[in-house]
Design a protein around this ligand. Structure first.
Ligand code: SF4
Length: 361
């Protein structure tokens, strides 16, 4: 198999793996599409795609790299094909640019890129370098209130009382103090519009117990996701502020979160580490989380990025093995994935023998 993809991957292969390992065909198809990307007839590098798979009665959202001519997946004529066979109908497709704000779960979840995520570089797997950007740095209570007021007006919402969670997705805070200040300002701004739900931050800089405590006090109820991403080659694959975060430190910080009433989990990119390191690390961390971790299949946008994929992860069985190792540890903590929280997960239709909850978008 070349590192550009497996041009010989067949639907029959996926069906055989599905039967042998009791994993839904849809789950394996989506994981494979994330792994390989797509050879597409549109001239954009990366797309948000809504599709109706042949094996499902639902519409799903997936975000895929579109520029791999060696992929076994072909997107053309409103269809996604594998080895020439139609596997899904395309319902909608748009450029995956970095926007200031977007909704999930029908508006129950609002995501903000209020700290210029598009300007952040340094992690090998990050699509920022190829995406168009329409985000900006917004700060101060009044500035954040303006963005949220514009959002409400655009959606014809009277306020934010019905929103359950607001997530700030940013790796760009250079210090814990900057992250805490932004989230405290956001709590005040959103509160002016009736928001009483949970604030959620994805970050690697807030790690110390005292900082987590301040976040809970100034911005709670709170959910903190540690952007750990991988276990091996951290100095090579990650920007330096992230690379210094260790598994031990993350476990200790997750314990602090649980102790302080803050939901805690982590991000992980499946496909960068050897299978042994990935499975051992994920099992260990799964014992510390209080929210379902954001485990995302590694997507490569070019030959350089493809070279950083672990040799183990060129085979679909890598992802099947990871699922089998991680499911019991997370299920034992009463945790399960929600489709709308992650558009490139290891689980689509089934997790630990149960259906994965929707909505899908
Ligand atoms: S921290 Fe890394 S993954 Fe996050 S936005 Fe910056 S470069 Fe991308």
């Amino acid at each position: 198999m070349s590192d550009k993809g497996d041009p010989d991957l067949r639907l029959e292969t996926i069906e055989a793996l599905s039967a042998a390992h009791d994993v839904p065909v849809l789950d394996l198809l989506m994981i494979a599409a994330n792994m390989h990307g797509v050879d597409a007839d549109v001239d954009i590098p990366r797309a948000r795609i809504r599709l109706s798979p042949e094996t499902s009665s639902e519409v799903w959202q997936i975000i895929l790299p579109l520029e791999n001519p060696d992929s076994p997946f072909r997107l053309a004529g409103g269809q996604l094909r594998l080895d020439g066979q139609k596997v899904a109908r395309i319902e909608a497709l748009e450029n995956d640019d970095v926007v200031l704000t977007y909704l999930r779960a029908g508006g129950r979840s609002v995501t903000l890129n209020t700290n210029s995520r598009s300007n952040c570089i340094g992690c090998i797997f990050c699509p920022n370098i190829i995406e168009d950007a329409a985000d900006a740095t917004v700060s101060g209570v009044d500035g954040l209130e303006s963005v949220l007021t514009w959002l409400c007006a655009d959606l014809d919402w009277p306020g934010l009382a019905q929103v359950e969670v607001i997530t700030v997705c940013s790796g760009c805070f250079h210090t814990p103090a900057a992250a805490i200040r932004h989230m405290a300002e956001l709590r005040k701004a959103a509160g002016r519009l009736g928001f009483t739900g949970r604030l959620h931050l994805l970050s690697s800089v807030v790690r110390d117990r005292d900082d987590i405590k301040r976040l809970a006090e100034l911005a709670g109820p709170f959910h903190l996701t540690f952007t750990l991403e991988c276990f091996e080659r951290r100095d090579v694959l990650l920007k330096s502020t992230k690379a210094s975060l260790t598994v031990e430190e993350t476990c200790r910080a997750l314990d602090d979160c649980a102790d302080l009433g803050v939901l805690g989990d982590f991000t992980y990119v499946a496909g960068l580490d050897s299978l042994a390191a990935a499975a051992d690390g994920l099992e260990r961390l799964s014992g510390c989380v209080t929210a379902f971790p954001r485990i995302q299949v590694y997507q490569a946008h070019n030959d350089l990025m493809r070279r950083y994929r672990s040799a183990d992860a060129a085979d679909l069985r890598y992802y099947i093995d990871l699922r089998r190792r991680v499911e019991p540890a997370l299920a034992a903590r009463g945790l399960a994935p929600k489709s709308w929280e992650n558009y490139r997960p290891l689980w689509y239709e089934r997790f630990a023998g149960e259906a994965v909850a929707g909505p899908r978008i």
